[in-house]
Design a protein. Sequence first.
Length: 352
Amino acid sequence: MLSCVKATTIHAPYDIRLSDVPDPTLLTPTDAIVRVTASCICGSDLWPYRGENPITEGSRIGHEFVGIVEETGSEVASVKAGDFVIAPFMYSDNTCPHCREGVQSACSTGGFWGGPDRDERMVDGGQGEYVRVPLADGTLVATPSVPDESQVASLLTLSDVMGTGWHAAVAAQVTKGDTVVVVGDGAVGLCGVLAAHRMGAERVIAMSRHASRQTIAREFGASDVVELRGEAGVAAVLELTDGVGADAVLECVGTGQAMTTAIEVARPGSMVGYVGVPHGVELPVRTMFARNVGVAGGVAPVREYLPQLRDDVLSGEIDPGLVFDLEIPLSEVAEGYGAMHERRAIKTMLRP
């Protein structure tokens, strides 16, 4: 009889459970087994939670985790048992042509947590006690030693939200001295504020209607906050920029209104970096053409940014872990989803 461990599963809209699942084992020589020491709930997890994405009853969920390597396959060379590691929200070989160009999110042999791999072998979700990590050499990034507990939250953000916010800033071509607008005040948007500030933006305008999120945005480097949405929000940004618009815009929501706002507040000749998972987005191509506004972005290759961001966290240059405003045991994962759905929490950390 297989031994079991605990992992989060989704069964229907608003039906999240902590279930017994088989204890993961090494299935290939390139695998590693990681004991999860911290994981979290992502805003994108709320799409299936709310029934806005298809659900396979009983499927695993969660794609952000850090932990300790327990065991490695015979071909794994970059990490070893006892290492503290950060796992990106996708696994990748880091050697295919796409990975070599820094787009590990399009890895030709990679995939997502919580479903079958390309050979139909189960890959665990991140919100659990243990995870089998395929392609461990290309996926996991270790810290030089087990970090201080005070740095775990920030290192956990590098699994997704900090790397994704960073990707938005890279795609928007943020440079020193820029005026940047960030559309969205979720964890990714807040990390986008931090990324733009870290890249040297002179002015960062955060679009946020929530006081607690505004506070974090300002701590991350926002110089201005716009609480309005839609046409009123666009007008407020244009007023702040003397009618010019932003040198770079980060779209971190994924809705049609967010993208429309992002394009309308961008000055002619600038770029919008988008990382919000698109839902009902249609680009106004004629407007973009007339104003020479570009749009770039997509699924963030967080593995590409991980070494740099890890070092920034460990050196104290950035502290993105402030986005976690709720920490609960894994056993209360359903409450964590509810808190984020009801906007009682920005981002929930889970501790096994």
